[in-house]
Ligand binder design. Structure first.
Ligand code: PLP
Length: 439
């Protein structure tokens, strides 16, 4: 008997007892390799002694101080580190407790920026179809994943969507990267023009698509073209790197590989590595300067903004990531993981694509090789694979679309940056067995 309203009340999860490096251990003593870092969270794995000590030391020193009265040392130092690692312009950080909060905060910051810059008419936000930006109502509303939105549709404020950049499925026959990127940028341009350029506040996109399509990178040149469209119309570009940021894709920020800098950047999972709930919005100087020089106050806040213990945990995580060269390690191990996935799945009759960047890799699943043929209903397949992998001691993260023709049923792997080649070898073997047993 449980009094928790679990995600899947009819099939209760195992009781997790403890973590150890790349593994979680349940109360029956079974060990699970955390091949997805939960949901691309646990970048350092579990029970890292230095982070544990940092958290304990911070709780002893100062567990909480409300940000309407105080700032704290760990929050200040964490902001310094983030800014040091970011391109010029991205000079400010605002700390929150979850990715959804970060997305909502970025949308509000964009709106307040426009109002204070003398453009109060800017109120529309645009995102991409098949995108996920969080589960609170504002974040769900901006997201473009029909399956996740359906039940709550009547509660969701208006939002607007353009096509995702997902060349495997949506690029036309014979279309080059260049032409595909241009077509998508034109679509954004037309959407902004149709809404009225002076009414659009922000465009938001994941730099590398995570949960809804599985480690999908944009075609080269896409983001600079999108940036140019946003600039032409005074629309802010928000990049959501809640999942793909903080070294996950083998660079500190995922956008470093895209030749673009956002106005607002959402970070979360790898920031604190799961040791505490923490997220951040990094804001461009022009946004912050406009608000500081205008009303002088960002009209937003939560009780746990800048929580000292959460910031201390993230500070320790980021210190270790920098000291031990773990962003580079994510890039190198990611290449190895992709190689191993290719060896195992290239000829698999139900795997149509193997893709990703850094330790953010996915295989895409199809009912038949060749032209698109998704599994229906895919959710059952996701659940089967998850169960089969779990039974064999692997945590992986299946997901995708398959709603109204959306494509991209996949299994995502996002292991800790401290994992080993031997652990990755074993994970690929188990994943192979789990997929074979599920289809
Ligand atoms: N944005 C992206 C890209 C995500 O992947 C997620 C969560 O998976 C979120 C936002 C929401 O983050 P959270 O679950 O911490 O609210």
């Amino acid at each position: 008997m449980t009094h928790i309203f679990h995600r899947t009340p009819r099939s209760l999860p195992q009781l997790a007892l403890r973590g150890e490096g790349s593994f979680l251990i349940d109360t029956a003593g079974r060990r699970y390799y955390d091949g997805s870092g939960g949901a691309a969270v646990s970048c350092l794995g579990h029970a890292h002694p230095e982070v544990v000590e940092a958290v304990i030391a911070q709780i002893r020193q100062l567990e909480y101080a409300h940000t309407s009265f105080f700032t704290s040392e760990p929050a200040e130092r964490l902001a310094d580190i983030l800014v040091q690692h970011s391109p010029p312009g991205l000079g400010h950080a605002y700390f929150l407790s979850s990715g959804s909060e970060a997305v909502e905060t970025a949308l509000k910051m964009a709106r307040q920026y426009h109002v204070e810059a003398g453009e109060p008419g800017r109120r529309h936000n645009i995102s991409r179809l098949q995108s996920y930006h969080g589960n609170t109502l504002g974040a769900l509303a901006i997201g473009g994943h029909r399956g996740r939105r359906a039940l709550y549709q009547p509660l969701l404020p208006e939002s607007h969507h353009v096509s995702p950049c997902f060349a495997l499925h949506y690029r036309q026959d014979g279309e080059s990267d260049e032409a595909y990127g241009t077509r998508l940028a034109d679509e954004l341009d037309q959407t902004i023009l149709a809404l009225g350029p002076k009414t659009v506040s922000a465009f938001i996109a994941e730099t590398v698509i995570g949960a809804t399509a599985g480690a999908v990178c944009a075609v080269p040149g896409y983001f600079p073209k999108i940036r140019a469209v946003c600039d032409r119309h005074g629309v802010l570009l928000i990049l959501d790197e809640v999942m793909s940021g903080m070294g996950r894709t083998g660079s500190y920020h995922a956008f470093e590989r895209e030749d673009v800098v956002p106005d607002l950047l959402c970070l979360a999972k790898g920031l604190g590595g799961g040791y505490q709930p923490i997220a951040a919005v990094m804001a461009h100087d022009k946004v912050v300067d406009t608000i500081v020089g205008g009303s002088g106050a960002f009209q937003h806040g939560h009780t746990y903004v800048g929580h000292p213990v959460a910031c201390a945990a993230a500070l320790a995580v980021q210190h270790i990531v920098a000291r031990d060269g773990l962003v580079q390690q994510s890039a190198q191990l990611g290449e190895y993981l992709q190689l191993r996935l290719r060896e195992r799945f290239t000829d698999h009759p139900h795997v149509s694509d193997i893709r990703g960047r850094g330790l953010f890799q996915a295989i895409e699943l199809v009912a038949r090789r060749g032209p698109d043929s998704a599994f229906e209903p895919a959710l059952q397949l996701h659940a089967h694979i998850k169960r089969q992998a779990l039974a064999r001691g692997l945590l992986c993260y299946p997901g995708g679309g398959t709603i109204d023709g959306e494509r991209g049923d996949h299994v995502l792997l996002a292991p800790p940056y401290l994992t080993t080649r031997a652990e990755l070898d074993a994970a690929v073997d188990i994943l192979g067995a789990a997929v074979d047993a599920s289809i």
